[in-house]
Design a protein around this ligand. Structure first.
Ligand code: URP
Ligand code: ZN
Ligand code: ZN
Length: 473
């Protein structure tokens, strides 16, 4: 090989696993991309021995919240630096958080602001979803189609939360724009009126502790909205993705729709595999600490956890995301707004999980819950395709970005917040032991994590990824 063709990096003896294949080879990297997969490759400028480790494509976290502007003095604990630092330490090399439109504001302004927040801070590569909160005629006819053409090809809409929710008619209009422009709509499916009615009743009865969050958002509320969103998708004849599905009742709706040939895609998250309503203190009051696990839809029970595991293995879900929503617990800008311990309806929703997403799912492989190939498909390959980043991301193949994570499948780790790299003061998964850990992480051929140790790469090395057309297979 001529000197100018010298490989920058050779990963030797890799046991490569993609969504479809498994093979042993050396991986040669040049200029940030995989240049060659083969045997007995010439010496590279840097050599890493992967004997005994699995080489997986870097994770793609298709749903996380980083430095998202918040109302009412709230503030997310993670910005693009700390959030992506935690991501790469957990084996995720691409993140896709949300540029959120304010009601009365423009989408373009949200995107411009979000670029400013990411630039100079991100360690991992990143794309943006949009949140469409105010679909005015100008947004629908001008801003949204123009942004789709420029690489923002997925957007989230909410059926709940006063500052974000759309009416049914607005939902239909947004879906129509997605259909006309080949974009993907992600739907937060919970019935807003049912939630506010139940909330008022609970508060009126003095039932204000965090544990009542789960009673204000029962499975029926998610089931109804899931069915309604499916109906909208059917009427407009466009695929949708139902995000953060929490359990059996919503799964049944999705499976029913998929069985009818409708293109209904679905996402779930670690909190629905590992948390239950008890973690918000539902039975037995462990007081305000339950706020740490307040998210929407709420965690349910062990039977629902089992249903989510089965649906992951059974192909109901396309993607497994963190829904990382980083609010500190001991913080007036976080879970204790204004320094108070308010009624459950004023607790900011969401749990952190950008670093623990992959290990928590990987642990299911050793327990026979899913296969290695399913793991790669759910956490890297399918999100890369859905969000228009494949084949640059989501696989190990010649020409792809050298986003490679070397996993020790036997390493046992007890999750402890003190060891994590986010800026949040807790993890809901404290004390859980997992088997399998991402020990080395490369992004575009640059080693960012070695033996589990974060190597302090330059903040701002992460690049913005304009998304191509979503592939919804
Ligand atoms: O509770 C959650 N999931 N908070 C984050 C925002 C969202 O709806 O995804
Ligand atoms: Zn949501
Ligand atoms: Zn979310």
């Amino acid at each position: 090989m001529p000197a100018h063709d010298t490989l920058d990096l050779v990963i030797r003896n890799a046991d490569v696993v993609t969504a479809s294949d498994r093979f042993q080879c050396d991986i040669g990297v040049r200029d940030g991309r995989i240049a060659v997969l083969g045997h007995d490759l010439p010496r590279g400028a840097r050599e890493v021995d992967a004997t005994g480790l699995l080489a997986l494509p870097g994770g793609v976290d298709g749903h996380c919240h980083l430095d998202q502007p918040m109302p009412d003095g709230l503030r997310m604990a993670d910005d693009f630096f700390t959030g992506t630092r935690a991501a790469v330490c957990g084996g995720t090399t691409t993140v896709i958080p949300f540029a959120a439109q304010e009601k009365g504001g423009s989408l373009q302004a949200a995107v411009d602001d979000y670029h400013r927040r990411a630039e100079g801070r991100a360690v991992a590569d990143y794309g943006f979803h949009l949140i469409v909160a105010d679909p005015t005629p100008k947004v629908l006819r001008e801003e949204l189609p123009a942004l789709i053409r420029r690489g923002y090809t997925s957007f989230k809409v909410y059926m709940t939360y006063d500052d974000l929710k759309l009416s049914d008619r607005e939902m239909l209009s947004v879906l129509e724009v997605a259909k006309e422009n080949g974009a993907l709509v992600m739907v937060h499916a919970e019935n807003a009126d049912c939630i506010s009615w139940l909330t008022d009743k609970l508060i009126g009865e003095g039932r204000i502790a965090p544990r009542f969050h789960g009673l204000a958002r029962p499975a029926a509320v998610e089931r109804e909205a899931t069915h309604r969103a499916i109906t909208f998708a059917e009427l407009v004849d466009v695929p949708i993705l139902i995000v953060h599905v929490s359990g059996q009742e919503a799964i049944e709706q999705i499976r029913w729709a998929q069985g009818r040939g409708l293109r209904i895609l679905a996402e779930t998250c670690p909190q629905y595999l590992y948390l239950t309503a008890d973690d918000m203190g539902l039975s037995g009051d462990h007081g305000y600490e339950g706020a740490k696990c307040v998210c929407s839809p709420p965690p349910r029970d062990f039977e629902n956890q089992a249903a989510v595991w089965r649906a992951l293995a059974g192909g109901v879900f396309s993607v497994f995301s963190s829904d990382h929503a980083p609010f500190n617990y001991d913080d007036p800008a976080g879970k204790q707004p204004g320094g108070e311990r308010p009624s459950f309806d004023h607790i900011p929703n969401g749990v952190p999980g950008i670093e623990t997403r992959l290990p928590l799912l990987f642990d299911g492989i050793a327990r026979g819950k899913l296969t290695l190939h399913q793991f790669v498909a759910l956490t890297s390959y399918r999100p890369a395709r859905l969000y228009g980043l494949y084949p640059r991301k989501g696989t190990i193949a010649v020409g792809a970005d050298a986003d490679i994570v070397l996993w020790d499948p036997a390493r046992k780790v007890r999750i402890a917040n003190a060891e994590l790299h986010h800026a949040v003061d807790y993890t809901p998964y404290e004390g859980i032991e997992v088997t399998g850990w991402p020990v080395h992480c490369f992004s575009r051929g640059e080693m960012l994590v070695e033996g589990g140790r974060y190597l302090e790469p330059l903040a701002g090395r992460g690049r913005f990824l304009a998304a191509g057309v979503p592939v919804m297979d």
